[in-house]
Design a protein around this ligand. Structure first.
Ligand code: ADP
Length: 265
């Protein structure tokens, strides 16, 4: 026979059970709130370019088509807004795959500086438009091999370097630095000397759709999902992202990765 529980023990168990239920309810409420905010943000993000396209097309149909110069300008703006919608849908697709955990990582050993060089080259036209110089900091650790999903890390680097260009100043510089740290970890950072981010925004910067300066970001045409995608990718690798920034001095976005793995499949 089991020894009978005292009243105190039973009431402690009931209290623990009730506490667990309260936490579960709190989590459900939070998820519901996130879901609502996500849908609100999403419909807002979709409406802006759709209304713009609607406006241009309506004006063209009601006569602007006859004036070639105006028609060209309106069509160009229509095309830009459609690009924005396509980017948004691509980013949403990526985020939903990452959040559902459906995506598998294909990890391999690769030299991170080589990937950064590739990313710099693919974005060189954008950087040249603002006369921004992109470089890799020289240090004794070069070259450094990481064990990660190369294509996903490419996506992270494209987002971070694109942001550094978008929010960087004319004639600015972007520097990639990488170090080996303790326990076979590698620390990679992208620094710019651009507009910077005020302290009150720093903790929220990785949230979906969060932007610091709506007007400026809109002009640049981002979806507001880039950093959230980066964070998901790095966390899927079991690692973390960080940011340091000062207004008018610049920003540094960084992440850790697992270092070279011997006998990797
Ligand atoms: P977006 O598509 O708007 O660039 P992100 O998720 O990539 O979306 O970035 C979110 C916001 O963080 C940006 O809108 C911008 O306000 C800010 N931000 C990101 N990177 C930088 C940077 N390097 N310098 C200054 N602000 C940045």
């Amino acid at each position: 026979l089991l020894p009978e529980k005292s009243l105190q023990e039973v009431s402690a168990e009931v209290e623990a059970w009730a506490e667990q239920k309260r936490e579960e309810i709190e989590l459900l409420k939070q998820n519901e709130q996130y879901r609502k905010e996500f849908l609100q943000n999403l419909s807002h993000e979709l409406k802006t370019p759709i209304f713009a396209v609607q406006g241009y097309v309506d004006t063209l149909l009601s006569g602007a088509m006859q004036k070639e110069e105006i028609a060209k300008k309106f069509l160009l703006n229509t095309s830009r807004n459609i690009d924005r919608l396509v980017n948004l849908v691509d980013d949403l697709d990526e985020i939903s795959k990452l959040e559902s955990g459906q995506q598998q990582l294909y990890k391999q050993n690769f030299i991170i500086q080589e990937l950064v060089q590739d990313v710099y080259e693919s974005l060189s036209l954008k950087a040249a438009e603002k006369n921004i110089k992109c470089s890799i900091k020289k240090n004794s650790d070069l070259p450094i091999t990481v064990y990660a999903d190369k294509e996903k890390i490419r996506m992270v680097l494209i987002n971070l370097v694109s942001n550094a260009i978008k929010y960087g100043k004319q004639n600015g510089t972007i520097v990639f630095s990488v170090y080996k740290t303790h326990g076979n970890l590698v620390l990679a950072e992208i620094s710019d000397d651009g507009y910077g981010i005020a302290e009150e925004h720093l903790t929220r910067i990785f949230e979906r759709f969060y932007r610091t300066d709506i007007a400026r970001s809109r002009k640049e045409g981002g979806s507001g999902l880039g950093l959230s995608i980066c964070k998901h990718i790095i966390e899927a690798h079991g690692q973390t992202m960080h940011v340091r920034s000062r207004i008018d001095v610049g920003s540094t976005f960084g992440f850790t990765l697992e270092g070279r793995k011997d006998n990797a499949a």
